[in-house]
Design a protein around this ligand. Structure first.
Ligand code: ADP
Ligand code: ZN
Length: 764
């Protein structure tokens, strides 16, 4: 079944007269009308109109006209005169390539989104509007070789014309913008044009988002070490070689020089006449990576497009068209840049492929990395996924032979990996006069040492997640579900502990079930508290905080990072905002304040995320000539995530984590989806999901596991109550199609929204 046969039920509603007798030969186009109704109709293509799939067209719809996207173009066939025709092409060239159209169809089918909403992502609003066309200006161009005598003759007779000609003669290419020739020249220009001395033209001007942004100096390629050279060879073989190369997972420890491999691979792909797409988790959070790309390709700035969320509508429009026309040949962007309409795509790089921000949390809920892999297969082109801590999904794909694995096991500049010390915070109890133990003696001493030596430090506190777990400060015990090996979530509304996976409930214990200490408590303190403590303990230190609260101001992040780089700051305190890709050679100490915070959230990926985060944060230390040290404070020093991160041991971690995943049928040994209902009306949200549950259980595909209806950990958000069902299945498609089928057959109450999240990463 082709993707678009899903719309087999389309009807030619546009037919004016039923059964009209007249017939002729022609070609039809199937058009998806813009708007939430997901209308698909066939239209005739007027003779001579170059309509291909992906074109945007204006069509008649009932008594009005509408804009839509051409999904497919039919064969020449006998048609009815009553079939209405396309009125006009919106864009001269299609902005959606055939591959992207195919990708869109796949996303709609796999993630259960409407095709129209997917197309809306593929072609952003600012690009699709008809009004927002290119910015233009009038230019005057000197015609052929205007001899000096002619110019001289005008000096007395027509001084204005003479002045214009002199200016043009000295201008590059004999052309200048009319606006730059001064005011009041309209008559003179007209006269010169009539005399055949100049041409007046209209040209497009680019609204350059990089205008006024600081210049970067061009960087030169480094001589690769043996490991990097071998990795580059594999990538280049995929770029140039056999059509259907497997995606490559580049697993390189932090500081192993993955970025240099990306840069050189990108350069070679461009040299081969191909284009390159670079995906990063978030543009604003990866300023250094983006900068390195800009620097390497500074000599060909015209060809670089950086797509970020701060582009104005006009800038986005221009960048998009520059990409489509093949002017911008290397595109750097976050998740949605995966739809950049690059022609002749040769290479897709996905940096930090394990990052959750690749998954879109609004419809369509696609995963940018997975779409990149799919697009690579459709193009076809080479795909490189890079990380020091790959997702277990990608790791699994290497083990089953779907991806090729390439490793960089050493740091590029010969530095050793930082030494990681684990501090058992249970032993710190009582030292802090009732308040939470924030700075251990060891970490405080280490910070003092750095201050004395003029070296810098980073303090990391992961505040991610709202669901809090109950933990004993004496023995470190965390209340867990006896059936699911996930931490129980504390629900404040009804004072209970609930397992988010199976529904098991427990009362909140008055004392630790393990060691009977009545001090068992909800854990949690924030970065602001850390600032307060630092000010007291290290009064001479200069520090700054990077988190969502502190970084609201525009450029705040850039400015703070710059201040840190130029050593105006000794200690940087931050959340996961500072975990990504930062490279500060003078940082020799990284302190992780509470490594447990992310560990006991009700999510089977908690261990994986903690391992990734600790490894990434630890990787910020010792990236220059000085050796790095990492101090990890934890109440559960023996947790595998912490122990394996301490050894920088991805293989060890993944081996034991995979065992747990396979035991419970969790991804990557199957797919996991979440169906969530939301409503301001609590009972209706719950009841709707109960109804859906009954239908889901009717002829469910074999092997599909359907959980119970449970309150979401975040039971009320934005004034809405939330309930959810977790679904698991070894195969993705049967699960997705089954749920979509049930949803299509069920009429939902008006005040209840149901959200289907395939391959969900967020269970809150
Ligand atoms: P990763 O992206 O794997 O974390 P980076 O690309 O940031 O690693 O590289 C870490 C440091 O090593 C950078 O300062 C980079 O300039 C340097 N580097 C990378 N490759 C080489 C090389 N071949 N020779 C010397 N230094 C290198
Ligand atoms: Zn459970």
């Amino acid at each position: 079944m082709t993707i678009f046969e899903k719309w087999g039920g389309w009807r030619k509603k546009c037919l004016g007269r039923e059964g009209s007798a007249g017939q002729f030969w022609g070609v039809t186009a199937r058009v998806l009308i813009d708007g939430p109704s997901e209308l698909v109709f066939d239209y005739g293509i007027p003779v001579g109109m170059g309509v291909v799939p992906g074109c945007r067209v204006r069509v008649p719809l009932r008594r009005k006209s509408a804009v839509g996207t051409v999904l497919s173009v039919g064969e020449v066939a006998q048609m009815d005169f009553a079939l209405r025709e396309i009125e006009a092409l919106v864009d001269p060239e299609p902005l959606i390539t055939p591959v992207l159209l195919r990708v869109a169809g796949w996303i709609a089918d796999y993630y259960g989104s409407s095709l129209e909403s997917v197309i809306r992502s593929v072609l952003p609003e600012s690009v699709r509007t008809e009004e927002n066309s290119a910015k233009t200006r009038r230019v005057a161009v000197l015609k052929g070789d205007v001899v000096d005598e002619v110019v001289a003759k005008l000096e007395k007779r027509a001084p204005r014309q003479h002045a214009i000609l002199i200016l043009l003669k000295h201008a590059e290419g004999g052309r200048m913008a009319v606006a730059d020739l001064g005011e009041g020249n309209a008559g003179a220009l007209k006269a010169l044009e009539r005399a055949g001395l100049i041409l007046l033209e209209v040209e497009e001007v680019r609204r350059d988002p990089e205008d006024g942004v600081e210049e970067v100096l061009e960087s030169v390629p480094l001589a690769l070490n043996a490991g990097q050279a071998a990795a580059l060879d594999v990538v280049l073989e995929a770029v140039a070689g056999p059509k259907e190369a497997k995606p490559i997972l580049l697993l390189g420890v932090t500081g192993s020089g993955k970025t240099e491999v990306y840069l050189q691979a990108a350069r070679r792909a461009l040299d081969l006449g191909k284009t390159v797409l670079v995906l990063v988790p978030e543009i604003s959070l990866t300023p250094q990576t983006v900068r390195r790309f800009k620097a390497r390709f500074a000599g060909m700035q015209e060809q670089v497009a950086v797509l970020h969320s701060n582009l104005s509508q006009g800038e986005r429009f221009d960048e998009w068209h520059r990409i489509r026309k093949g002017v911008a040949r290397i595109v750097i962007g976050a998740r949605s840049a995966v739809f950049a309409p690059l022609p002749d795509l040769g290479l897709i790089l996905v940096d930090e492929e394990h990052e959750n921000s690749y998954k879109q949390e609004n419809p369509p809920r696609y995963h940018g990395r997975d779409v990149a892999v799919l697009r690579g297969a459709f193009e076809p082109c080479a795909v490189v996924l890079g990380s020091a801590t790959p997702s277990l999904e990608s790791w699994h794909n290497c083990q089953t032979g779907k991806y090729q694995l390439v490793r960089l096991n050493e740091r590029a500049d010969g530095q050793s990996m930082p030494l990681v010390r684990v501090v058992d915070m249970r032993l710190e109890k009582g030292k802090h006069k009732g308040g939470p133990a924030i700075l251990s003696d060891k970490l405080r001493t280490a910070l003092e040492g750095r201050l004395e030596k003029g070296e810098q430090s980073i303090l990391f506190l992961n505040r991610r997640g709202f669901a809090r777990s109950l933990q004993c400060p004496s023995c470190g015990h965390v209340c867990q579900c006896p059936h699911c090996s996930v931490a129980l979530t504390y629900h404040r509304t009804d004072e209970r502990l609930v397992c988010h996976v199976c529904g098991y409930q427990a009362i909140v214990p008055k004392k630790c079930p393990e060691c009977k200490d009545p001090a068992i408590a909800l854990q949690g303190y924030g970065t602001q508290k850390v600032e307060e403590v630092l000010a007291k303990v290290l009064p001479t230190a200069k520090f700054a905080r990077i988190d969502a609260d502190a970084m609201r101001r525009k450029h705040a992040l850039r400015d703070t990072l710059h201040a840190f780089k130029t050593h105006k700051i000794d200690i940087l305190i931050g959340t996961q905002m500072i975990a990504k890709g930062l490279h500060f050679p003078n940082v020799t100490l990284v302190g992780i304040l509470n490594a447990d915070l992310g560990l006991h959230v009700p999510d089977f990926r908690a261990g994986e995320r903690t391992f990734q985060l600790l490894t990434q944060v630890a990787g910020r230390a010792g990236r220059g000539d000085l050796a790095g040290e990492v101090v990890v404070q934890t109440f559960t020093p023996h947790s595998p995530s912490i122990q394996f991160a301490r050894q920088h041991d991805f293989d060890g971690f993944s081996e034991q984590e995979m065992e747990f995943r396979s035991q419970f049928g969790f991804p990557p040994f199957g797919h996991c989806a979440v169906l969530t209902s939301r409503s301001t009306h609590e009972r209706r949200a719950e009841f709707t999901l109960q109804t859906l549950l009954v239908r889901l259980k009717e002829d469910a595909p074999a092997g599909m596991m359907i959980g119970e209806v449970l309150p979401s950990p975040l039971i009320r958000a934005h004034g809405q109550y939330r309930f959810q069902i977790t679904l698991r299945s070894r195969k993705a498609r049967p699960l997705s199609r089954h749920v979509q089928g049930v949803l299509a057959r069920t009429t939902l109450p008006e005040d209840v929204t149901v959200v289907f999240d395939m391959d969900a990463l967020n269970f809150s």
